[in-house]
Design a protein around this ligand. Structure first.
Ligand code: SAM
Length: 288
């Protein structure tokens, strides 16, 4: 391993036994380990019996530290990049470093392993043939709702990371915007002692999580089934017509009333027109 190479190494998301043999071998052979949090990763490396010079590499020093790491690579050293848990670059630092290496012709090699996103999706029971990973939901309610409103018609399974204290709010927004009967799943504390997978409608998940504080603790991946064709209840041909009618109605009426009239006149479900109304208004703040 004398050729300068950046190894992007996945580490466990809870269960230490999920570290791969190859990850241990690479961590033991590189010259330097770049870690998001050197104290946190130091404990993992200690348990693995690996002792190496470590450099912190996180969102606040990505540029400066990235330059230093690239200099080391150009000087012929090999580096392993790890994050606190799971796969680096997946809602974790590393993108700038990998990109710079790629642009400069420095080899970048993947040492794949756990990622909460894939682990969650693989046990969710939701369609996995097409999905969209959306990372963390925005923190502020207005931005969160605006994003969800943009995603409401997406037919792919949507995957979000979310932190524990925001999970009830996220579920509340999801059921308001996607409708309470949309299928969803929450993977909590994957590979850890209190691992749970809740699956059901957004209404059921919201009720389950709100009533049980234990379900609000830990780390979460939130998944929502994509829109099915029959969810929209509007034939494609009807959509232009529907939009035109909704625009006129929305000038005079609130979204709910406008949706009811459109459903009566054009056929289909009121909920679908309601969603269209929100889309047309493009104003998440309205219902805050
Ligand atoms: N790079 C990591 C990966 O590959 O999964 C993700 C890092 S991101 C900063 C941390 C988020 O991932 C958490 O807030 C949570 O949404 C999700 N996550 C990480 N570990 C998890 C676990 N054991 N169970 C459920 N979600 C987890």
């Amino acid at each position: 391993m004398h050729e300068a190479t950046l190894y992007v190494v996945a580490t466990p998301i809870g269960n230490l036994r999920d570290i791969s043999e190859r990850a241990i071998e690479v961590l033991g052979r590189v010259d330097v380990i770049a870690a998001e949090d050197t104290r946190h990763s130091g404990q993992l490396l200690h348990k693995l019996g690996v002792s190496k010079p470590m450099f912190s590499y996180h969102e606040h020093n990505e540029q400066g530290r990235g330059r230093q790491l690239v200099e080391k690579l150009q000087a012929g050293q090999s580096i392993a990049l790890i994050s606190d848990a799971g796969t680096p670059l997946i809602s974790d630092p590393g993108y700038q470093l990998v990109r710079t290496c790629r642009l400069r012709g420095i080899p970048v090699v993947s040492v794949p392993g756990p990622s909460a996103l894939i682990a969650a999706l693989s046990v969710s029971g939701l369609p996995t043939d097409r999905f969209s990973f959306e990372g963390f939901l925005p923190r502020t309610p207005g931005k969160r709702r605006a994003l969800l409103e943009r995603l409401v018609d997406d037919s792919r399974t949507l995957v979000f990371y979310e932190s524990s204290h925001r999970i009830p709010h996220a579920l509340e927004d999801l059921r308001q915007i996607f409708g309470g009967d949309r299928e969803a799943a929450i993977a909590r504390e994957l590979t850890k002692r209190f691992e749970t997978l809740l699956a059901g409608t957004l209404d059921a998940l919201h009720a389950g999580v709100s009533q049980d504080v234990n379900q609000q603790k830990g780390e979460f991946v939130l998944m929502v089934a994509g829109r099915r064709d029959d969810d929209a209840s509007m034939p494609d041909l009807g959509r232009v017509e529907a939009r035109r009618l909704m625009r006129v109605l929305l000038d005079e009426l609130p979204a709910g009333k406008a949706a009811a009239i459109a459903a009566e006149l054009l056929g289909g479900r009121k909920k679908a027109y309601y969603r269209l109304a929100l889309e047309l208004k493009g104003d998440a703040g309205d219902r805050a």
